[in-house]
Design a protein. Structure first.
Length: 135
């Protein structure tokens, strides 16, 4: 009887270690905000200052955030990010299960766009996570 059970699984592909959980388009005073919520979905604790986030909109790179440490991050119109918030950026470490909010400049992300984030180890240059969702 066990020979009749297929060897494949209904489970989808495994999610990367850092995922986009939500993109919010509204904020106080605007309807074109771009707040992106990331979750450390894996089992690794990261030094957040050793990480950078590279964002793509419909496949085109539009934003690089040089550090994911909230105390070292400097808001700039040049990198199109206003601020970082959440447990994942408050201390030097981003622990499993912690979320990090990146508030991008207004009028960049729009509903229906494909948003990709690459999380890159700044020391090695290795992409440790890549995730794409529809905004």
């Amino acid at each position: 009887l066990l020979g009749m059970i297929p060897s494949w699984s209904w489970a989808g592909p495994e999610l990367p270690p850092i995922i986009i959980t939500e993109i919010v388009h509204t904020d106080v005073g605007t309807t074109q905000a771009g707040r992106v919520f990331l979750l450390n979905n894996g089992s690794t604790t990261y030094e957040n200052d050793c990480l950078r986030a590279v964002f793509y909109l419909d496949g085109v790179r539009f934003c690089t955030i040089p550090t994911l440490n909230g105390h070292l991050f400097i808001s700039s119109h040049h990198n199109k990010a206003q601020h970082l918030k959440g447990a994942g950026c408050r201390t030097p470490y981003w622990n499993p299960g912690e979320e990090l909010e990146i508030n991008l400049s207004n009028n960049i992300l729009f509903p229906g766009a494909m948003v990709t984030v690459e999380i890159v180890n700044r020391v090695t240059g290795q992409v440790i996570s890549k995730h794409t969702v529809q905004a």
